[in-house]
Ligand binder design. Structure first.
Ligand code: V47
Ligand code: SF4
Length: 376
C-alpha cells in the first residue's frame, strides 16, 4: 500500500483502476467515488468528467432564460444554514401578495421561458393560495413553464391540506405546476441533517416526495448543499441515494451541487466559503458518479461566473440562467450579481470552447449558438 504525499492517506485503490472503469463506461462504486474525493489530481478528474459529459451532451452547454420569484421568506423551519428565512413579524420578513407576484412575473423580459418559484414554509398561508397563484400565472402566461416548490414545500402543503403527497402534487399540476426544482435536499445523512436543519423533513421523505412527483410525470432536479459540516462520505451517500432513485424513476433532470455560503447563518463551525478546488472536484465527481443523470448544473449565482465557466471543463453541461432576482444566496453573502443577460451567458460558454444552447425547462432546444462569436 502506498501513501498519498499530499494528504498522507494510504492509497488502497489507485485512481487508474477507477479511471479505467470510467473510460469503459462502467458505473463506479461509492467507495471509488470517496477515493476520488481524496485525490488532488484535478486534471485527471476533469478529463474523466469531460469524457462522461461529452458522451451525453457533446460540447453543448445549456442555459435558460428564466426569472426567479420568492413569494415569502417567512419560514417555520429556520434551518441553521439559511440566511434568507425570517420569523413572522421579524425585521425584514416579507410576504408578497398575489398581485405583487403577478407584477414580478409581468416585469420579466420578453423571451423568458420559465418562472422558478420557491419560498419559505409560511405559518398561515393556505394551500389554496399556492393553487390560486399557479392558476393566475398560467392564465396570464400560458406559454411560460412554472418550475416551483421544493420537495420540502410540497411535503408542507401536504401536511396543511391533509392530502397525501401524490394528491397534493396532482392538484398543483392541475393548477399549472410544470416541474419541481431540486432544493431542500441539503445532505440526506441524518446526523448532518439534524445538525444543520433539524426541523426539515428527513432525507427519506424528500426522496418519497420526488418519487411521487416522478410517478405522475413531473420532472425534477436534485441539489446537494456542501462545504459546511459534512464529510466526503456524506456527499457520496447523498449522491448514492439519488442514483438509486433515478434508476427506478428516471425523473431527475439535473444534479446541482450548491456550495454553502456562510455569512449571516447560524453555522459557526465553518465561516469560510468553499475553495475552487472543492467546487471543481464536487462537480466533476458528481458527473462521474451520477451516470444516470443527463445534466450537471453549475448554478453560477453560487459558484461565481468565473468558477462556473471553468467548471465547463470539469463535467458541467448546464449553467442555469438569467435569474434576475436572487435572494437566498445573496442573504448569505454571495458577491455575484443577481442577473446575467443572455449575451453574457453565451459569451461565458463560447469562451470556454463550448456550444451555448438555450433550452426550456424540459431541455427542449430553443436555440443553438453554434456559429456566433461575441467580441468580448
Ligand atoms: O434548498 C440555502 C440552498 C436551496 C444557503 O433546481 C443555500 O434548478 C448556499 O435549490 N448557502 C434553494 N445555499 C435553491 C435551489 C436551486 C437554485 C437554483 C436552481 C435550482 C434548480 C435549485 O438553496 C436550498 C438550500 O439548499 N441554500 N441557504 C446558503 N447559505
Ligand atoms: Fe425555510 Fe428553506 Fe430556508 Fe430552510 S432553507 S429555513 S426550509 S426557506
Amino acid at each position: 500500500m502506498s501513501i498519498d504525499r499530499l494528504t498522507n492517506r494510504p492509497i488502497d485503490m489507485p485512481i487508474n483502476i477507477i479511471e479505467e472503469k470510467v473510460y469503459l463506461n462502467k458505473r463506479i462504486t461509492p467507495e471509488e467515488a470517496i477515493e476520488l474525493f481524496y485525490s488532488n489530481d484535478i486534471f485527471r478528474l476533469g478529463r474523466m468528467a469531460s469524457y462522461a459529459t461529452e458522451k451525453k451532451n457533446k460540447k453543448n452547454v445549456y442555459f435558460i432564460h428564466n426569472r426567479h420569484i420568492n413569494p415569502t421568506n417567512i419560514c417555520v423551519n429556520r434551518c441553521k444554514f439559511c440566511a434568507f428565512s425570517k420569523d413572522k413579524g421579524e425585521n425584514g420578513a416579507y410576504q408578497l401578495t398575489l398581485g405583487e407576484i403577478l407584477e414580478k412575473a409581468r416585469s420579466a423580459e420578453k423571451g423568458v421561458s420559465e418562472f422558478h418559484i420557491v419560498g419559505g414554509l409560511h405559518p398561515d398561508l393556505p394551500f389554496e393560495f399556492y393553487l390560486e397563484m399557479l392558476r393566475a400565472l398560467k392564465k396570464e402566461f400560458s406559454h411560460i413553464h412554472i418550475q416551483a416548490f421544493t420537495a420540502v414545500e410540497i411535503d408542507y402543503f401536504s401536511r396543511i391540506s391533509a392530502l397525501p403527497h401524490k394528491e397534493t402534487l396532482l392538484r398543483l399540476k392541475e393548477a399549472g405546476l410544470g416541474s419541481l426544482p431540486g432544493g431542500g435536499a441539503e445532505i440526506f445523512q441524518a446526523n448532518v441533517r439534524n445538525a444543520i436543519c433539524e426541523e426539515k423533513i428527513s432525507g427519506e421523505r424528500w426522496l418519497e416526495v420526488m418519487e411521487a412527483a416522478h410517478s405522475i410525470g413531473l420532472k425534477s432536479n436534485a441539489t446537494m448543499l456542501y462545504g459546511h459540516i459534512e464529510g466526503y462520505e456524506d456527499r457520496v451517500a447523498h449522491m448514492s441515494s439519488l442514483r438509486e432513485l433515478q434508476d427506478r424513476t428516471g425523473g431527475f433532470q439535473a444534479f446541482i451541487p450548491l456550495p454553502f455560503h456562510p455569512h449571516n447563518t447560524r453555522i459557526k463551525r465553518r465561516l469560510k466559503e468553499t475553495t475552487g478546488m472543492d467546487d471543481l472536484k464536487t462537480l466533476a465527481i458528481s458527473r462521474i458518479f451520477l451516470d444516470n443523470f443527463d445534466h450537471i448544473k453549475a448554478f453560477w449565482i453560487m459558484l461565481g461566473e468565473k468558477m462556473a465557466q471553468v467548471s465547463l471543463s470539469f463535467g458541467v453541461d448546464d449553467i442555469d440562467g438569467t435569474v434576475v432576482e436572487e435572494k437566498i444566496t445573496h442573504a448569505a453573502g454571495a458577491k455575484t450579481s443577481e442577473e446575467l443577460t443572455k449575451e453574457e451567458i453565451i459569451n461565458l460558454i463560447q469562451k470556454a470552447g463550448k456550444v451555448p444552447v438555450e433550452r426550456d425547462t424540459l431541455y427542449n432546444i430553443i436555440r443553438m449558438y453554434e456559429h456566433e462569436h461575441s467580441t468580448v
